[in-house]
Design a protein around this ligand. Structure first.
Ligand code: GLU
Length: 295
């Protein structure tokens, strides 16, 4: 049996919003209800999308919600050597290749990268791509059920190391989840279709496959996914109870009348029932009124 050790892995691109609170709380509940530890990892490899001060802001907001990492918070920007080692192993085994393709080079292929680089010019630093071969990857998600993806048809050879010199998300997340002993990956359903790529990387690198649970996405009133850039939907650490209640209900769990955040969370972990988590994306219940009252 794998351990249920869990993690929350925010990218510091903006303040914590309701959707990321749901992911943090959901992953915490899965881990704690199984008596396992829970850690936070800051995914700060994409320097262009990073917002100054966001990492510290996210961590202090999570802290106010009673969601503190059991171990020192790890930042991906400090772990490049680990990722480079994984890339070197993949390249040595013939699974990865240098690629100079631009987006327009891929237009004739409908954006799906073929099994080799097709760039006419090689006048800039290359990215590295993974050969997906004929991989068809299936897995059972604890919330979303049976999943199946045909990688050459739906994804194509994908970037594992970017041309700008940064390790790509797909490789870094696989290396870190294994290095940090994560047994259950619980996150938003927007990453459901990244999972087969990550499972393929785990297989090629000989790493264990964690269990997966993809939580329903929180939608804005306009029916679109909440993004961290929508500052209006940031959650307020000064008044955590309304958002915590809303997040618990969003995950299909009941919220006790407990006024203390830590007591509320430990009650929620005792009563947690993964089978009650809805699959479908939804507009979250209103908690804005309570938040505005304290602003
Ligand atoms: N860093 C990613 C994000 O904020 C999440 C990665 C993951 O949970 O695997 O969207």
């Amino acid at each position: 049996m794998t351990s249920a050790r869990g993690r929350f892995a925010p990218s510091p691109t903006g303040r914590l919003h309701f959707g990321s609170l749901v992911a943090a709380l959901g992953s915490w509940l899965f881990a704690r209800s199984a008596g396992a530890s829970w850690i936070i990892r800051v995914e700060d490899l994409d320097r262009e999308r990073e917002m100054e001060g966001a990492a510290g802001d996210i961590l202090s907001t999570l802290d106010a919600f009673g969601l503190a990492s059991d171990e020192a918070v790890v930042r991906q920007s400090a772990r490049t050597a680990l990722y480079a080692d994984a890339l070197a192993r993949l390249a040595r085994a013939g699974h990865a290749y240098r690629c100079w393709c631009s987006r327009s080079d891929l237009e004739p292929f409908g954006g799906i990268h073929p099994p080799a680089c097709v760039a006419p010019a090689r006048d800039r630093p290359p990215a590295w791509r993974l050969h997906v071969g004929s991989a068809r990857i299936g897995f059972t998600d604890r919330v979303q059920g049976t999943q199946q993806q045909d990688l050459p048809r739906d994804v194509g050879d994908f970037v594992i190391w970017r041309a700008d010199g940064a390790c790509a998300y797909q490789l870094a997340v696989v290396v870190d989840d294994a290095a940090q002993g994560i047994g259950e990956v619980v996150r938003g359903a927007d990453l459901l279709d990244s999972t087969p790529r990550q499972i393929l990387l785990q297989r090629l690198l000989g790493l264990p496959q964690p269990a997966y649970a993809h939580l329903p996405l929180a939608l804005g009133a306009d029916g679109r996914k909440l993004s961290k850039h929508e500052a209006a939907l940031a959650v307020d650490g000064r008044e955590p109870l309304p958002a915590l209640h809303a997040a618990l209900r969003f995950l299909g769990q009941s919220a006790s009348t407990e006024r203390n955040v830590h007591m509320l969370l430990s009650r929620a972990a005792c009563e947690f029932d993964a089978a009650r988590i809805p699959r479908a994306a939804a507009v979250p219940p209103a908690f804005a009124a309570a938040r505005n009252a304290t602003a």
